[in-house]
Design a protein around this ligand. Structure first.
Ligand SMILES: [Zn+2]
Length: 295
């Protein structure tokens, strides 16, 4: 049954295929983490939400609360865009101001190998999702879509555990869940993408829509078709299972270490919309008034 008492949280965590193989965060066995509530489901204006976990992370800046959602885009019968809207509506209601994501990606750049880590600073959305916004009352400028402060935290955390960590890269977003053809990979590579996946967008701009900072950490799990050599399913599988806890620990490190007062430009790239779009949804399905949740 849905529980509409949405907890307050500063961090929202979008777990992707990078943390697929275990129960995040309880399965980490990390003494900084205390799970406060599990199996939370909420009714949203965009349909019933995926399952959330509410937890606390203790660290040098004191305790911090987070809401995590796992693989929200992969429920049969729920369109991925709707799942993202449900997730970010809950984040907004919870008062989330920092969103972190993780996932597995394919490579487009021939310099990348499986197990390399990419913390993208830009993206190209080739998906067919449309009309995606929780609030829709701001102009979302994508000059610098990823938060420099959050991505630096992920970079620092990943650099302690992985040999090759890249702090720049362009994430090309496709609809999936199928992988891409050789011709598609060649096309996306020519467009300038470094990695391919299905989750960076709409998350990156929904975060800006709700006034939150966003950054993600992605592990290369396979070569794109036609890049370097044929990839192997066993290797992809072993990356999922071997590295998922390490990736998750990087996310927890970032939650713990982020200086909430450190400057970033995210708010500068979100301006009041000049468009006056009529909201024809019933009152009970509209977002709460702006004043109660602005960060
Ligand atoms: Zn920021």
């Amino acid at each position: 049954m849905p529980d509409q008492n949405i907890p307050r949280a500063t961090f929202g965590i979008c777990g992707g295929s990078g943390t697929l193989s275990f129960a995040f965060p309880a399965g980490l066995d990390d003494n900084r983490v205390t799970v406060l509530a599990e199996d939370l489901v909420f009714d949203t204006p965009f349909g019933r939400s995926p399952v959330f976990t509410h937890f606390r992370v203790d660290g040098p800046h004191g305790p911090r609360e987070a809401m995590s959602v796992k693989m929200h885009g992969w429920r049969r019968g729920v369109k991925r865009a709707d799942a993202s809207l449900q997730t970010f509506w809950v984040f907004h209601e919870a008062g989330v101001s920092k969103v972190l994501a993780d996932g597995g990606v394919g490579s487009l750049n021939h310099l990348l190998d499986p197990r390399d880590i990419v913390i993208p600073n830009d993206f190209m959305d080739l998906s067919m999702k449309q009309d995606i916004y929780v609030r829709g009352d701001h102009l979302l400028i994508m000059r610098q879509p990823v938060c420099g402060n959050l991505s630096a935290q992920l970079f620092n955390a990943a650099s302690e555990s992985f040999d090759r960590v890249y702090r720049r890269g362009t994430y090309t977003v496709t609809d999936g869940p199928r992988f891409e053809s050789v011709a598609e990979v060649d096309y996306m590579k020519r467009l300038g993408g470094d990695v391919i996946g299905q989750s960076f967008s709409p998350e990156v701009f929904l975060a800006r829509d709700i006034g939150a900072c966003y950054a993600g950490i992605y592990i290369v799990v396979n070569y794109g078709e036609g890049i370097v050599r044929d990839w192997e399913h066993d290797e992809l599988k072993s990356i999922f299972f071997d590295e998922s806890t390490t990736i998750a620990r990087c996310v927890i490190d970032a939650v713990s270490a982020t200086d909430m007062g450190a400057p970033c430009e995210c708010a500068e790239h979100r301006k009041p919309s000049l468009l006056d779009i009529a909201d024809e949804r019933p009152d009970d399905q509209r977002p709460m008034p702006t004043s109660s949740r602005e960060q």
